[in-house]
Design a protein around this ligand. Structure first.
Ligand SMILES: N[C@@H](CCC(=O)N[C@@H](CS(=O)(=O)O)C(=O)NCC(=O)O)C(=O)O
Length: 211
């Protein structure tokens, strides 16, 4: 496959891409970009980055940025981006919902952790209830976010749920469908192997976490 993923030595926005690749049986190279180099002002990779940011994804000579664009690109390669235009649109919509939650989470972790953690956790059920409802409206939550096969949005969603379980281990207790979903998706053979791997577990969740 000749995939290369360049990112900081953390999970964050690169992790959903890693989950997709692992579950789809693809191999890839992780190029770890150290923060000190990146912010040194002498970093070639930062100078050439389209938006001056990471992750950067390479597929042979093809180069792509924006984590959600990378997920959608790989979704089309592996046939996990919807079986028709409307299903693809619903997957896109739900992935945008995951992105909204990821941005909220990022704001807490990077800017408001000391003062905002309690309020964030208190409000979290309001964020998660939307996804419990999305699951309940699709085969009673027994399958995936959309349709009857996994999509790129599921990998993004599993990762952000893992982030929130780390933040508050009890955050899914009042959401039976979400709780079952995390167990079910994470126990997919290739995914569960990756989730147990050293390369996954040596990476902190965000730059603010300790590995
Ligand atoms: N919308 C972009 C955001 C990318 C982004 O914010 N990258 C941050 C790191 S992280 O937020 O993903 O952890 C970055 O490169 N920061 C370094 C910089 O901006 O110089 C995406 O989804 O890829």
């Amino acid at each position: 496959s000749g995939y290369k993923l360049s990112y900081f030595p953390v999970r964050a926005r690169a992790e959903p891409i890693r989950l997709l690749l692992a579950d789809q049986g693809a191999s890839w190279t992780d190029e770890e970009v150290q923060m000190a180099d990146w912010f040194s002002g002498k970093s070639e990779i930062k100078k050439t980055a389209v938006f001056g940011q990471l992750p950067k994804f390479q597929h042979g000579d093809f180069v792509l940025y924006q984590s959600n664009s990378i997920l959608r690109y790989l979704g089309r390669i592996y046939g996990i981006s919807g079986s028709n235009n409307q299903e693809s649109a619903l997957i896109d919509m739900v992935n945008d919902g995951v992105e909204d939650l990821r941005l909220k989470y990022g704001r807490l972790i990077f800017f408001e952790y000391e003062t905002g953690k309690e309020k964030y956790i208190k409000d979290l059920p309001n964020q998660l209830s939307a996804f419990e409802r999305i699951l309940s409206n699709n085969s009673n939550g027994t399958k995936f976010l959309v349709g009857d096969k996994i999509s790129y949005a599921d990998y993004n969603f599993l990762d952000i749920l893992h982030c929130h379980i780390d933040l508050d281990p009890k955050c899914l207790t009042s959401f039976p469908l979400l709780s079952a979903y995390v167990e079910r998706i994470a126990s997919r053979p290739k995914l569960s192997e990756y989730l147990k791997s050293e390369k996954r577990n040596k990476r902190p969740i965000t730059p603010k976490h300790k590995s």
